[in-house]
Ligand binder design. Sequence first.
Ligand SMILES: [Zn+2]
Ligand SMILES: [Zn+2]
Length: 176
Amino acid sequence: MRYNVAQLLKAQSGQTRQYTLHEDISHLDPDIVPLTMLDGDIQFIRSVDGIFVFGTLHTSLELTCVRCLTQFALPLEFTLEEEFRPTIDVYTGVALPLPPDDEVATQIDAHHELDLAEVIRQNLLLAIPLQPLCRSKCAGLCPVCGQNLNEGSCDCRTTEIDPRLEKLKALLEDEL
Ligand SMILES: [Zn+2]
Ligand SMILES: [Zn+2]
């Protein structure tokens, strides 16, 4: 996901470039299991200090439902809005001063290449829900027998006893 932006760095601010992304992201991060390619359109805009990157990207990831523990496909869409800064002057090759808190992920390298991989990784991880659910009303697993209650009910539910009543029952039995 590297783009040579030497020409755009030489252009006036406001100049743009458009790219269509179609990337295999299966090696982007061990926590990301893509089921499709990463697709979308991105726009580079020459800013005063560097290059703004805007884009809307989509893919489909394999996630594990927190309730029923089955794997399911979740289509995800996320946006990129990042400003990349050159580290080297495109005309003179002289190193440019960068703000002390500048992130390496948004630096344009000495070969005038801008790499989208790290900002895509970060934004994609943020787009993944913290508590993924296979469906909004996932019934989960039976706590007694482990039956996936989305696929059918089990016999445990009718005989299930409230744990507080269970304690009371034990106390009563002790007294008898
Ligand atoms: Zn589920
Ligand atoms: Zn059960």
